[in-house]
Ligand binder design. Structure first.
Ligand code: F6R
Length: 240
């Protein structure tokens, strides 16, 4: 794993946005794997600025997001579809029909996961996958467990994740308890991966991931299997 330690969130966001911009400009039809959560918001802001400045073009871009709560409607302001529209898609020249997020409203969530895995396969390996990391080491909604899933699947959220995400909802009871998420194999299918982490609350998870072992109690450690992963974190996440 390559490691870039930045002095703060601002620098981390700039470094990540520059890497994304290089990938976007390198191809006429780039495929981006995207994440939600608070961590990549600064990076998205910078990508919007670059797009407005004419430095990067989203017209040929396809995106596949990692995950979505279940059940949740796309127009619910806590859905990840809504998040992506608000934080990126509505502000750049992207064709929204080429932006994919798992279907949080599907009657049959298992079938929706299978359909999503097929979409990810059909658009081709992501040129880059952006990840955040949970305080418990999760990536996407692949939570610590004895065994990890390979493909897109329905999952229950752990207490720790529900607590961490309650800040975005009116109350903890309003946080959906399930999600549809890419599996570890889906994520590892990307050509290149960047994983962003800031703040001391991420220190333990970052340290476990960087320890270089495959440990299902820290799903991010599975990234050690991939040949092109860059960890971009701030000093607080690195040093604790
Ligand atoms: C988001 C996702 C999650 C987050 C993680 C960190 O699509 O899949 O794994 O990346 O929970 O969230 P933040 O950035 O809010 O700390």
């Amino acid at each position: 794993m390559k490691l870039i330690v930045c002095k703060d969130y601002e620098e981390m966001s700039t470094v990540a946005a520059d890497i994304m911009a290089d990938v976007i400009t390198a191809s006429d039809a780039p495929v981006l794997g995207l994440a939600t959560g608070s961590t990549p918001v600064g990076m998205y802001k910078k990508l919007i600025e670059m797009n407005r400045a004419g430095e990067i073009d989203f017209s040929g871009v396809t995106t596949v997001n990692l995950d979505e709560y279940y059940p949740i409607a796309p127009d619910n302001d806590q859905s990840y579809r809504y998040f992506m529209n608000e934080n990126l898609f509505d502000h750049v020249n992207i064709n929204k029909a080429r932006t994919f997020v798992p279907n949080g409203m599907a009657d049959d969530p298992e079938a929706a996961c299978e359909a999503y895995e097929a979409i990810v396969a059909s658009v081709g390996a992501a040129d880059i996958q952006v990840l955040g990391i949970g305080q418990n080491g999760h990536i996407g909604f692949n939570e610590p467990a004895d065994a990890l899933e390979v493909k897109t699947h329905v999952t229950g959220l752990t207490e720790s994740t529900i607590r961490a995400n309650a800040r975005f909802f009116a109350s903890e009871a309003d946080v959906p308890t399930k999600a549809l998420t890419m599996g570890i194999g889906t994520i590892l299918g990307a050509k290149k991966i960047i994983i962003l982490a800031n703040g001391t609350s991420k220190h333990e998870a970052v340290s476990k991931m960087l320890a270089g072992k495959l440990d299902t109690s820290c799903p991010a450690s599975m990234l050690n299997l991939h040949a092109d992963v860059t960890v971009i974190c701030d000093e607080a996440a690195y040093n604790g």
